[in-house]
Write a protein that binds this ligand. Structure first.
Ligand code: ZN
Ligand code: MN
Length: 139
């Protein structure tokens, strides 16, 4: 169940290909990367069409748009709320396999007085590939 879902959208062939490319990777790619991949299947597609369809996928709750500091938008074929880790060295974005904090929205609502619909959470640091292995007994 996605908090951004705004009703059913019938996907075009182009949009189906874009979505399957997005779901086929866990790298949280940029629009440009998606463009390069989709072109292998649909050589005549334009970058503008990629952008427009990514927007529709996000707005219809089929994908997530992730914005990290000073980086262009990344896209995620998993529309469920989940947390991310962004490496400040290589820029890679990883999923974090941990439960979404259920009480956080209510807490923020209480503290702010605003109606909270959902939250997003990103962690930053050095990834394992960049030598930033965690201390302790993780994994
Ligand atoms: Zn890294
Ligand atoms: Mn993700």
């Amino acid at each position: 169940m996605s908090e951004t879902k705004r009703g059913f959208v019938r996907n075009t062939k182009q949009r189906e290909v874009i979505l399957s490319v997005l779901r086929g990777t866990d790298t949280h790619p940029t629009a440009d990367w998606v463009y390069q991949e989709v072109r292998k299947e649909l050589p005549n597609i334009s970058l503008g069409t990629i952008y427009r369809n990514l927007r529709i996928l996000v707005e219809s709750g089929q994908a997530l748009e992730l914005s990290f500091s000073s980086d262009c938008s990344r896209f995620d074929g998993n529309p469920e709320n989940h947390y991310h880790f962004a490496c400040t060295e290589c820029g890679n974005v990883y999923d974090i396999d941990m439960p979404v904090a259920q009480g956080l929205d209510a807490e923020a609502e209480k503290a702010s007085g605003h109606k909270v619909m959902f939250h997003r959470l990103e962690f930053y640091g050095i990834c394992q590939a960049c030598g930033g292995g965690a201390d302790g007994d993780l994994q």
